[in-house]
Design a protein around this ligand. Structure first.
Ligand code: NAG
Length: 293
């Protein structure tokens, strides 16, 4: 009986939870979870598919995307960015609803730099087609030397971007104040590596050095725990309203004291740009930028 309780019961509970909520509460291998969406020739599966190499050269960039779309959840993967002189390259990890002019999108964009200069992480949030919410932080480690974990938590309370479990950005749900928030459209998970030397590095001043090509970015340990939303509206509705999904729990609705402390540390020491303080861009700051919300 004791072993039944210890071994079988947790499994049963987990099974029921998964069956009820449609959650994928397990790591996803590349082949199970993703398809190549850009340049087969430039995407390599390494170590039997447990890690992925994206390639950028003068002929093409590359990318992959999740097979499913998800409505709320947490997505994370480990990424090792382009090493050496990565100026002009952009490596991205994002979620996107693929719905043209009303799209929702949550972006991590890693902006390369000249050797020895710090990588910049740009995040952006689109809700119902409205974006232009860039924030930038310089990382406190060399993201090309090793794998680090990048995650997006998306629930009814907020979207949080994490780097190695450190929150670098919190975008709160301020729908009741009239600020759009992604709540209705399922999003896919995407990764890409491409050239953007017209803007990426020092505002486009630093150009890509093709003599250093090919450029490589590496991905592994894909973990998508989200509500799989089928094509039918009914299934999306079930995802949106299921309070039983773990990511909707009270612990995920606000930062813990420790997370809040790390978040303040990032804001004080590593934030280099915030659209919320860019008066040259916004004569009247967007509503979500008002203090305290
Ligand atoms: C690149 O390095 C320069 C110089 O240290 C820095 O100002 C800039 O923020 C870095 N990142 C990008 C993307 O330009």
């Amino acid at each position: 009986m004791e072993s039944f309780r210890k071994l079988f019961l947790p499994l049963l509970v987990q099974f029921i939870a998964v069956a009820v909520s449609g959650v994928w509460a397990k790591p996803v291998t590349f082949t199970e979870g993703f398809t190549i969406t850009w340049a087969d020739s430039h995407v390599k599966q390494l170590q039997g598919g447990s890690s992925i190499q994206l390639i950028l050269d003068q002929s093409s960039g590359s990318g992959f995307a999740s097979k499913n779309k998800y409505l709320f959840g947490r997505v994370s993967m480990k990424i090792k960015l382009v090493s050496g002189d990565s100026a002009g390259t952009v490596t991205a990890f994002y979620m996107n609803s693929d719905t043209a002019n009303v799209r929702d999108e949550l972006d991590f964009e890693f902006l390369g730099n000249r050797s020895g200069q710090p990588y910049t992480v740009q995040t952006n949030v689109y809700a119902k087609g409205k974006g232009d919410r860039e924030q930038r932080v310089n990382l406190w480690f060399d993201p090309a030397a090793d794998y680090h974990t990048y995650s997006i938590l998306w629930n009814h309370c907020h979207v949080i971007f994490f780097v190695d479990e450190v929150p670098i950005r919190v975008f709160k749900n301020n729908e009741r104040r009239g600020v759009a928030f992604p709540t209705l459209q399922p999003m896919g998970v995407y990764s890409t590596l491409w050239e953007a030397d017209d803007w990426a590095t020092r505002g486009g001043l630093e150009k890509i050095d093709w003599s250093k090509a090919p450029f490589y970015a590496y991905y592994k340990e894909f973990d998508i725990e989200g509500c799989v939303a089928g094509a039918a509206p009914a299934s999306a509705a079930a995802c949106a309203s299921n309070a039983g999904n773990w990511w909707e729990g009270p612990a995920y609705c606000q930062l813990s004291a420790g997370q809040a402390r790390l978040y303040r540390w990032v804001r004080l020491n590593h934030l280099i740009y915030d659209y919320c303080t860019d008066k040259s861009r916004y004569a009247v700051l967007p509503a979500e930028c008002m203090a305290g919300i």
